[in-house]
Design a protein around this ligand. Sequence first.
Ligand code: ADP
Ligand code: MG
Length: 328
Amino acid sequence: MNEFELIERFFARPARHAALGIGDDCAFVAPEAGQLFAVSTDMLVEGRHFLPDADPENVGHKTLAVNLSDCAAVAAQPRYAFLACALPDADPAWLAPFARGFFALADRYGVELVGGDTTKGPRTLCVTIFGEVPPGGALLRSGAQAGDMIWISGEVGRARVGLALERGEPVDPVPAHLQHEALQAMHRPEPRVDLAIGLRGVATSGIDISDGLLGDLGHILERSAVGAEIFLPRIPASAWLHERALDPQTAAWGREFVLAGGDDYELCFTAPVARAEAVRAAGRAAGVAVTPIGRIRRDPGLLVLDADGAPLDIALIRSFDHFRGAGE
Ligand code: ADP
Ligand code: MG
């Protein structure tokens, strides 16, 4: 199979909304009248973001999901995707399930693959996503206001538990039902697109939690020039993980999993207190749990409070950073 046969067999589909899709040197796309394109790129590298023996269908799902999550973070409706891939070989046994996972998610969100690039090399998958957002309807990191409530969708820490299971990290035995949930969260994250769109005009700022709650909320605080206090017991995570975060024997990693576990792709957003009911309604409409975890403060800095309201020492808890060396 040569490069063009590979594209034809696994990726080329007729254009639907695009004026010109796969097959020429460029794709032609336009946003609906009155909308802006929100454009973002995210890359997955074998050995870094997924293991060489990872299920290719999951890799196909996650490659697109992390990009849809970027659209969700700004409340854009995803529309068009480009897929650049380096592949070690043209192996249909890998490509067919990869394409199945990719297109199953694309079809659910009405996303059209309109172009890309294919080259031989260490397996790397890079999607560029074009979403649509009305000017003024976007959720930016910079919009949080003192007094706003801080919310998160779904549950955090699950993908981090999944990673611990995959790596065989010496954490306490994970209950069977959580094992399944954790691996599912890690391999097949669900982008919170519908929730985010329901939060247009309600939330004041937003971000997706890809690197961990503290770090990603930290980006909102920095860009909005505000501080925050959040309550550890209110953060939605499994009861099992909360118990680990409380027990002095396991608190070090338990807290880190809740506060800094990455890869969950939940939304963290802020909204005025007066819009709390509208936030809950958006959660119900999207079928996603939304939980308030704290408040934005005028004073800079991020306080994490325990059940007694005492601030925890979070100096050693840090979010994921690709270029941070071990022991640094
Ligand atoms: P060029 O030589 O101009 O880079 P290519 O021969 O790489 O073009 O690609 C031919 C067509 O196939 C283009 O429309 C390109 O966007 C599309 N394409 C290439 N690789 C992929 C891919 N992995 N997924 C989707 N479309 C692709
Ligand atoms: Mg090319």
